[in-house]
Design a protein around this ligand. Structure first.
Ligand code: NI
Length: 393
């Protein structure tokens, strides 16, 4: 069957490049993927899939029904949205939508989903179980996965696979990671309320700026002294404001930041831990405070069984020299993690780097992906999906 899948992917390659270039030239922002969704639905229908549109606002679900005895359903998720960036490449298929660019490779992801649907719907023997394609909107604003889930896209799904392009891995190579792939990312906002006074008479005031600086310092020190160093936390206060004049003690400070973590237990305890430290410092110096902790997306925790499926099938399909085992997680975030709260799964990295020149990073106006990655990605997803019903218990 691998030979048949390889031949199908090779035959489809020119069409897949055409699809990718069309998507790249017509990027749409998060939550506004109307043209992309209509295009995706059209291709899926032409492959004979059952298609549902407007799932999770602008998302699309395609079902490829199995013909065998296995009732399990595997989902494949690809995201579709672009970024508010003015494209700085000189590609002939560069963005035709001013100020919007596929700078995170979601045009490639969408192409991979469509390519995999094309390949697996053309197999000489139908799949034994059900395959569901999730074309997700609004990944860049970390909303789309929850919209899709709320609309029931994960109903009946047993396992899920995902993919993201990665410019520092060469094209035609994949990166496999066991365990945590990306971090949990939460938002933090802290208000400190002191009492204003003359800059020369600090003992008659409560200095919110000085207390805020103690809070920032205490949080950083407490990470190093009270948290398990093998379970990392990055806490960045990126905004701070307060005060009215050089000689007036400030009564109010607002700070805002981002908190990244990898371990689920660490993540669960973060709001109480932060509130405890802020409260302790503020009480010591007589200030009032408010901590607003907003949960973002959790960490992507790859399931070992599904990761093993990806590793073994990609070694067989691509050759072991084209499979990298990733040893370190990233502290970036990805809302694929929300699907993993519904069903176990795994996400892999698809190399899109050029061997002959340096590449720009994701979200850069000159980011380009080596299109040779498309065949690799479709082959990896198609063969992993095919093997899912063969061996995986
Ligand atoms: Ni992305």
């Amino acid at each position: 069957m691998l030979t048949e899948i390889k031949a199908l992917v090779e035959n489809l390659a020119p069409r897949l490049i055409e699809i990718r270039r069309h998507l790249h030239a017509h990027p749409e922002l998060s939550g506004q993927e109307y043209q992309t969704a209509a295009y995706v639905a059209g291709v899926l229908s032409s492959c004979g899939l059952q298609v549902q549109e407007s799932v999770g606002k602008t998302g699309v679900v395609g079902d490829l029904k199995g013909q065998g005895q296995d009732s399990r359903c595997l989902a494949i998720r690809t995201d579709m949205d672009a970024l508010p960036i003015t494209e700085g490449t000189h590609l002939e298929f560069a963005s035709r939508h001013p100020g919007i660019m596929h700078a995170c490779g979601h045009d490639i992801h969408t192409t991979l989903g469509l390519g995999t649907a094309m390949v697996l719907s053309q197999l000489s023997e139908p799949l034994p179980g059900n395959l569901r394609f999730l074309f997700q909107p609004a990944e860049e604003i970390a909303q789309g996965a929850s919209w899709m889930i709320q609309d029931g896209a994960m109903g009946g799904v047993n396992h899920i696979l995902g993919v993201h392009v990665f410019p520092s891995i060469p094209a035609q190579t994949v990166g496999i990671r066991y365990g945590a792939l990306t971090a949990a990312a939460d938002d933090l906002e802290i208000f400190i309320q002191g009492e204003s006074g003359h800059g020369a008479r600090p003992h008659e005031a409560i200095d919110a700026i000085w207390i805020a600086s103690q809070v920032v310092t205490s949080l950083q020190q407490a990470i190093s002294r009270t948290q398990n160093p093998l379970r990392p936390i990055v806490l960045t206060i990126g905004q701070i404001s307060g005060g009215r004049a050089p000689n007036v003690i400030a009564d109010q400070v607002r700070m805002a930041g981002t908190v990244r973590s990898l371990h689920p237990e660490t993540h669960a305890n973060l709001p109480d831990w932060i509130e405890g430290i802020v409260g302790h410092v503020c009480r010591t110096y007589g200030a009032k405070y408010e901590v607003n902790y907003r949960r973002g997306v959790p960490s992507v925790q790859n399931d070992s069984q599904l990761t093993k499926l990806l590793e073994e099938t990609s070694r067989e399909a691509l050759g072991s020299e084209r499979v990298q085992i990733i040893t370190e997680p990233s502290l970036g975030a990805e809302d694929f993690s929300l699907y993993l709260e519904q069903a176990p799964g795994a996400m892999f990295r698809l190399g899109v780097g050029f061997s002959e020149r340096a590449n720009h990073p994701l979200h850069h106006p000159q980011f380009e992906a080596d299109e040779k990655a498309i065949v690799t990605g479709v082959l990896t997803l198609s063969y992993a999906a095919y093997q899912y019903w063969q061996g995986l218990a």
